[in-house]
Design a protein around this ligand. Structure first.
Ligand code: PHE
Length: 341
């Protein structure tokens, strides 16, 4: 049995040293030290030896076992190191290869204008609201006092989504006024930028999709003077302290009285030029005191509260701000164009 143990030792050590993977090393371990391994088999037979030989053989077997265990651990280390070195060679990075430049984009000119405007308004305590682009005719027209038969409701002007004319792509951001008033008690100060849709042919100043920003204040004792004061401040924030505005009477079904606001042409200072088409003034928005019918339809007591609202087109604002001559450029998203802003 002693010779058997010596033989196992020699063979096993050789086998361990000749392994080149963790898997083959483990196979050797199982072959000699496993439950059915060769060394284990020998150990099981020590019981049959005469009593005086047992301790000697037992000790020898233990020595062989620890020699093999140590050799396996050592070989394990060698193999792990070799594997790591191999990995390092395979994954070598050539730091001299020129890198790929990541192009950093920037805000779209329209987003610049929207962010600037909302900044001015939030600075005055307004909240930013949102509404759906697919909207109910009820919210776009009826609740805004726009009666059946009004030209704004025509199929030729708007994108209806249902045969019964009850759902359409919103043609103005004003329905957001209704959605906010139905969900919030006064005092209300909100602005809502968003996309609107109208059946317009595409040309240098028209697009079937464009952007507006809606604004609204509802509180006790709100008057036209608040509307003028606020909008004048906004125009000054956008165009500088010496910007001049003009409020002209107008008509909207959902405001009474209504007005349009013009800004004195900053190119010619009111004399008339190509920029303002000889007018001296440029129309920038529609506004007015919210019609009592609209307020009451949203459950607001007009004996206590009043309010104003405005709606402003954003493309034209961006076009003036960045001297963009053709509206189509804003939506084509040609990087050569967008890079300039
Ligand atoms: N919604 C109107 C438009 O699209 C603008 C407007 C908004 C007018 C709010 C008055 C009050 O022309």
């Amino acid at each position: 049995m002693k010779e058997q143990l010596a033989k196992i030792r020699v063979e096993a050590l050789a086998a361990i040293q000749s392994t080149d993977t963790a898997a083959s090393l483990d196979a050797v371990r199982v072959k000699y030290l496993g439950k059915k391994g060769e060394l284990t088999a020998v150990l099981k037979q020590t019981g049959k030896l005469p009593p005086e030989e047992r301790p000697v053989v037992g000790q020898l077997a233990n020595e062989v076992r620890s020699a093999l265990t140590e050799a396996i651990a050592a070989q394990n280390k060698v193999l792990a190191e070799a594997a790591m070195n191999q990995k390092l060679i395979e994954e070598t990075v050539d730091v001299t290869i020129p890198g790929k430049k990541t192009e950093l984009g920037h805000k779209h000119p329209l987003s610049i204008v929207i962010d600037e405007l909302t900044d001015v308004f939030t600075g005055m305590g307004f909240e930013v609201a949102e509404g759906p682009e697919v909207e109910l005719a009820d919210y776009i027209f009826t609740k805004l006092n726009i009666e059946e038969g009004h030209p704004g409701r025509e199929w030729t002007d708007t994108f209806y989504l249902t045969e019964d004319s009850s759902v359409l792509l919103r043609s103005q951001t004003s329905p957001i006024q209704i959605r906010v008033m139905e969900n919030k008690k006064p005092p209300i100060r909100m602005v809502a930028p968003g996309r609107v849709f109208r059946k317009d042919e595409v040309d240098a100043t028209h697009s079937p999709m464009f952007h507006q920003i809606e604004g609204m204040v509802v509180d006790k004792g709100i008057t036209m003077a608040d509307l003028k004061g606020t909008l004048n401040e906004v125009v000054k924030a956008l165009y500088g302290e010496d910007a001049v505005t003009r409020f002209r009477p107008h008509h909207f079904p959902f405001t009474e009285p209504s007005c349009e606001v013009d800004m004195q042409c900053f190119e010619c200072k009111g004399k008339g030029c190509a920029m303002c088409k000889g007018e001296g003034w440029i129309e920038i928005l529609g506004a007015g005191m919210i019609h009592p019918k609209v307020l009451e339809g949203c459950g607001i007591d007009t004996e206590v509260y009043s309010g104003w609202a405005f709606g402003m087109g954003l493309e034209r604002l961006a076009m003036r701000r960045f001297a963009i001559k053709d509206l189509r450029l804003i939506f084509e998203n040609d990087v050569r164009f967008l890079k300039q802003f």
